[in-house]
Write a protein that binds this ligand. Structure first.
Ligand code: DX5
Ligand code: ZN
Length: 221
């Protein structure tokens, strides 16, 4: 699979120099920017919103921005993030009362749509909305914080999600978020993931290019 995407999570970047941090990580070989939005309601932490996404676009970031909404409710923010330059918008099904509508709103706003499943959540919520998905994101930690350890049961769920996507014949990315490192990325890919979020593993090192290269060589096997 030559279609692997590395998605650094800017949650672990230096927020005081966010534009430079994003420039650096993209220059270091990252493919897309993972943008964690937390509301201190759906998750016990508070981060950044559409204004910051817009500021990154104004700063000159042209790479896809992968907006991971950890907010409830969801719908009000969809238009705001689309206007702010989001490429993907993903949300948790338990955070929206009408999941099908929220997915449609994302596509109608011109963005790619995805659902995010927490570690304990099964794949059932995907069944009747597969045709409205561009991305399935499996959380491999409980959302809210960077720097946690990968939860191993995610590997089983990744295999099941990969089978579901392949059986559907649809073009849906399978992303994993939480505790991804150069050490475990190969087995995560083997379980079916094609898009890899990594926050602390990348921004916690001085040399972003070296970590990303290490990840790519692990992926190349
Ligand atoms: C957690 C966020 C993740 C987080 C991952 O709620 O959704 O994107 O930044 O951080 P690491 O890679 O450090 O586990
Ligand atoms: Zn995330």
């Amino acid at each position: 699979n030559s279609d692997y995407l590395i998605a650094p999570s800017i949650l672990s970047a230096d927020f005081a120099r966010l534009g430079e941090e994003v420039d650096s990580v993209l220059a270091a070989g990252a493919d897309i920017v993972h943008f964690d939005v937390m509301d201190n309601h759906y998750v016990p932490n508070l981060t950044i919103g559409p204004m910051v996404c817009k500021a990154l676009r104004k700063h000159g970031v042209t790479a896809p921005i992968d907006v991971h909404l950890m907010v409830s409710p969801v719908d009000q923010l969809i238009g705001d993030f689309a206007d702010a330059g989001a490429s993907f918008i993903t949300f948790h099904p338990d955070a929206s009362t009408h999941v099908d509508r929220s997915l449609q709103m994302i596509r109608d706003a011109g963005c790619k749509a995805g659902l995010v499943l927490n570690p304990h959540v099964g794949l059932d919520d995907l069944t009747y909305v597969m045709d409205k998905l561009d991305m399935i994101l499996l959380m491999s930690v409980n959302p809210g914080f960077g720097g946690q350890s990968f939860i191993p049961s995610t590997l089983t769920k990744l295999r099941e999600a990969r089978a579901l996507i392949d059986a559907s014949g649809l073009n849906i990315r399978l992303e994993v978020d939480g505790g991804v490192t150069p050490t475990n990325i190969a087995e995560i890919a083997a379980a079916g993931a094609d898009t890899f979020v990594a926050g602390s593993a990348i921004f916690g090192q001085d040399d972003y290019a070296a970590v990303i290269a290490e990840m790519r060589s692990a992926l190349a096997g």
